[in-house]
Design a protein around this ligand. Sequence first.
Ligand SMILES: *[C@@H]1O[C@H](CO)[C@@H](O)[C@H](O)[C@H]1NC(C)=O
Ligand SMILES: *[C@@H]1O[C@H](CO)[C@@H](O)[C@H](O)[C@H]1NC(C)=O
Ligand SMILES: *[C@@H]1O[C@H](CO)[C@@H](O)[C@H](O)[C@H]1NC(C)=O
Ligand SMILES: *[C@@H]1O[C@H](CO)[C@@H](O)[C@H](O)[C@H]1NC(C)=O
Ligand SMILES: *[C@@H]1O[C@H](CO)[C@@H](O)[C@H](O)[C@H]1NC(C)=O
Length: 498
Amino acid sequence: MHYSRLSLPLVALLALPSLALPHDKPPDKRADNHQGMVDRERADAVKAAFVHAWTGYKKYAFPHDELHPVSNSFSDSRNGWGASAIDAFSTACVMQIPDIVNTILDYIPTIDFDHTTEQVSLFETTIRYMAGMLSGYDFLKGPLSNLAENATAVDEVLKQVQRLADNLAYAFDTPTGIPSNNLNFPNTTDGSTTNGLAQIGSLVLEWTHLSDLTGDQKYAKLSQKGESYLLAPQPSSSEPWPGLVGTNVDLSTGLFQDAFGGWVGGDDSFYEYLIKMYVYDSAKYSSYKDRWILAADSTIAHLASHPSTRPDVTFVAEFNGQELIFQSEHLACFDGGSFLLGGLALNEQKYIDFGLALVNGCHDTYVSTETGIGPEVFQWVENTTSSTDPNNPPAPANQEAFYEKSGFYITDSDYILRPEYLESVYYAYRATGNQMYRDWSWDAFLAINNTCAVGSGYAELTDVNASGGGGFNDFMDSFFFAEVLKYAYLTQAPVSAS
Ligand SMILES: *[C@@H]1O[C@H](CO)[C@@H](O)[C@H](O)[C@H]1NC(C)=O
Ligand SMILES: *[C@@H]1O[C@H](CO)[C@@H](O)[C@H](O)[C@H]1NC(C)=O
Ligand SMILES: *[C@@H]1O[C@H](CO)[C@@H](O)[C@H](O)[C@H]1NC(C)=O
Ligand SMILES: *[C@@H]1O[C@H](CO)[C@@H](O)[C@H](O)[C@H]1NC(C)=O
Ligand SMILES: *[C@@H]1O[C@H](CO)[C@@H](O)[C@H](O)[C@H]1NC(C)=O
């Protein structure tokens, strides 16, 4: 299973000086700063792509969940509450586009979060709707309050998050307090007896922030109770190395059911949220940081892997117990950013160095393909593991030459407008100030902008290694607004010196 992740409550992260909000002033003329002009032009080009995607969505899909850009139609895969509008909210704030900000701001108070005919995913609803509204709310109450035309509507945004959380809260009504993920409003679940690591472990930031904003501690308590089973995992066999844990957890006993995991979909954002909770409030959540450090150190020691043909490339393997599986995916490309954030927050160079190595690995998956965009899933071969090990198969014959050169072979060639590479390159730039990362981000943006643009927006590709991307899947997911364009923009936008 692959889960998408929203990246942040952004404002919390902006507390780190190295990740400060960009300013909108022209570059400093006194310095005759040519690079500054280039950066501003690039930032403006990303902004233009955002406006293009928004204009198509607004015309053909708003307030539905997503645009089908080829057929100029829409779908409601996220309960029909306007997922793309909500995911565009904080990006429109960051880019400082008042028209779009106020269109979304006017819309949010009108959403009927009490009703839906489809099943509700607690995880997806938290990371898209709650996070999207909370991030926009933070900006419009804080550093970007000048953008909002209607202060009453801003207050309504927080009320809508609370209303949604109140409707979701029964998910936590299980024997352990570990939430069920799949909800049928108003009060039943799909009956699953387990939930997954990422789905349980990617709620605490939003739910805790909601408590901090409203003064009602129940949201923080609910999410942290579920999380507590992940921070003290049982049985010990489900933690093959310190900090690295399995995936499925029993809702009645709180016991992990397996020892299969990694930094991949289904597990990924559990690790991401550990360090973000620490950045959010380092006094209160230092135990989360301790768990992130364990996982990070174990990853460097046990999961780091170099493809046989490219010793210079670093990927992170998946695991089943202490057996490694030499496979990774686009979703996992957030891992470089997580190490870089940890390195910045903890002032630990070893995490920054490893994070940059991981960014370099994902860069390799981008620049090796025909389109300049990385594939959904890929594998590689390890020298240090036997070639007869079923987890270490050779590259298929028709990809041998490609593997020789690139250090990976493609097992799923889609690109569904995922953000994780651009996300990590953003951290790489902010951690180092090295222009090379800005150029990497720009190259990826151009590849996406050129290959995915179709009809009234941007669409998924069926084959990143075919010219033109192999064909389109007529769908523009909401995270294209929340993440792809936000990170591409933030990487180019001038950063305030203060
Ligand atoms: C401001 O927002 C509130 C809450 O959504 C709404 O009731 C009111 O009509 C808005 N005011 C204007 C002038 O649009
Ligand atoms: C669940 O909601 C339905 C519809 O509102 C209601 O009839 C039923 O009594 C509720 N059940 C429980 C256990 O709250
Ligand atoms: C794998 O083995 C080959 C042949 O011995 C060697 O050239 C290559 O550097 C090795 N790769 C790694 C990652 O050690
Ligand atoms: C991005 O794509 C749009 C739509 O195809 C195009 O108009 C624009 O020129 C592209 N931007 C860059 C910088 O290539
Ligand atoms: C990718 O495309 C190139 C150029 O067409 C080709 O040489 C290579 O074999 C392809 N790789 C894969 C993994 O299909």
